[in-house]
Design a protein around this ligand. Structure first.
Ligand code: G3H
Ligand code: 13P
Ligand code: ZN
Length: 311
C-alpha cells in the first residue's frame, strides 16, 4: 500500500468515535518504535515531520525511512508536515511525497491566515494532498486561563466556521487549553471542552478537528528521567482521561511528540547511569526504541481507541 492521505482515516475515526495518533518522527529509532507499536495494535498511523526534524535529518531522509516503514509494516500510514510556517515548505513537502501538510498561519490575523491557508489548499489539492490549518493560539504555562484570556487566545467557534468555509481546508487544529512541550499546566489541568463542543456544533457535521500539544507527560517517565540526572521539575501533561473524552467527542487527530522525547531521554539516561562501561549506541538506542514503542502502544490501545482499525 502506498502512503495515504487522512481523509478516509478521519471519516472512519469520526464515525466510530476514536482518534488517530499523529506521532512526530526525528530519526530511525523513534520511527521504528512508533511503527512497531502500531503494527502490534493493527492501528492506522499519521507520522509527522516538523520543519526542525526535516532540517535535522536533512530533507529526503525521513521520507525514505517512512516509506520503508510503510512497506515493512503494510499499515495505512500518512506522512504529514507538522507546523509548516510558509507556502514554500508546504509546496516542497507536497512535491516531495508527503500525503498531508499543515500550514500553521495561526500567528497572523484572521484574514492573512485565511489567505495563506487557501494558497496552500489550492496547491496541495491540485496534487491530491490534504491540508491541516490552525486557528487560535495554544496556551503557554504562564497563560491565565480566565475567561477573557481564553476568549482572546482560544479558537472562536464563529471564526472557525468562516475559516473552514473560506479556505476549504481538510482539517483544523484548535486551541482549547493545550500547549506544546512538557510543562502544560501550573496547577490543575483544564481544557475548554465547552468550546470544543461549540466548535463541533457550528462546523459541518463530522468535520475533522486536531488536538495539538496532547502529550500526557507520564509522571513515571519524568521520575525516571529525574532519577538518572534529568532536571524536569513540575513537568505536567494532559490527563489521559481528557484525551479519551476529546476522542469520544469527535477529535480525529491527536498529536504526540513530547512523550516520545521523554521516553527516549529517560531510557538513555538510565543506560548511561547504570551501565557506564557501555559505548555501543545500539545498546542505548535499542532500549530507547522499546520505550517509545511502549508509550505508543499504550496511547493506541488505552487512550486513542484505534487498535484494530488499520483495515
Ligand atoms: O509541535 C511541535 C512538535 O513537538 C515539533 O517540535 O519543532 O522541535 O521538532 P520541533
Ligand atoms: P506535545 O508537545 O504535547 O507532544 O505536542 C506535539 C504537537 O502538537 C506536535 O504538533
Ligand atoms: Zn503542534
Amino acid at each position: 500500500m502506498p502512503l495515504i492521505g487522512t481523509k478516509e482515516m478521519f471519516e472512519r475515526a469520526n464515525k466510530e468515535g476514536y482518534a488517530v495518533g499523529a506521532f512526530n518522527v526525528n530519526d530511525m529509532e523513534i520511527l521504528q518504535g512508533i511503527v512497531d507499536a502500531a503494527k502490534e495494535e493493527n492501528a492506522p498511523l499519521i507520522l509527522q515531520v516538523s520543519a526542525g526534524a526535516r532540517k535535522y535529518a536533512r530533507p529526503g531522509y525521513l521520507i525514505h525511512l517512512v516509506k520503508a516503514a510503510e512497506e515493512d509494516s503494510g499499515l495505512p500510514i500518512a506522512l504529514h508536515l507538522d507546523h509548516g510556517e510558509d507556502f514554500e515548505i508546504c509546496k516542497s513537502c507536497v512535491d516531495g511525497g508527503f500525503t498531508s501538510v499543515m500550514i500553521d498561519a495561526s500567528k497572523y490575523p484572521l484574514d492573512e491566515n485565511i489567505k495563506l491557508t487557501k494558497q496552500v489548499v489550492d496547491y496541495a489539492h491540485a496534487k491530491g494532498v490534504v491540508v491541516e490549518a490552525e486557528l487560535g493560539k495554544l496556551a503557554g504555562i504562564e497563560d491565565d486561563v480566565n475567561v477573557a484570556a481564553a476568549d482572546a487566545k482560544f479558537t472562536d467557534p464563529e471564526q472557525a466556521a468562516e475559516f473552514v468555509k473560506k479556505t476549504g481546508v481538510d482539517s483544523l487544529a484548535i486551541a482549547i487549553g493545550t500547549s506544546h512541550g512538557a510543562y502544560k499546566f501550573k496547577g490543575e489541568a483544564k481544557l475548554d471542552f465547552e468550546r470544543l463542543q461549540k466548535i463541533m456544533d457550528i462546523l459541518p457535521e463530522k468535520y475533522p478537528l486536531v488536538l495539538h500539544g496532547a502529550s500526557s507527560v507520564p509522571p513515571e517517565l519524568v521520575a525516571k528521567c529525574n532519577k538518572y540526572g534529568g532536571k524536569m521539575p513540575g513537568a505536567q501533561g494532559v490527563p489521559e482521561d481528557f484525551l479519551r473524552k476529546a476522542a469520544a467527542m469527535g477529535v480525529a487527530k491527536i498529536n504526540i511528540d513530547s512523550d516520545l522525547r521523554l521516553a527516549m531521554t529517560a531510557t538513555i539516561r538510565e543506560v548511561f547511569a547504570t551501565k557506564p562501561e557501555e559505548f555501543d549506541p545500539r545498546k542505548y538506542l535499542g532500549p530507547a526504541r522499546d520505550a517509545i514503542k511502549a508509550v505508543v502502544k499504550n496511547k493506541i490501545k488505552n487512550v486513542l481507541g484505534c487498535s484494530g482499525k488499520a483495515v
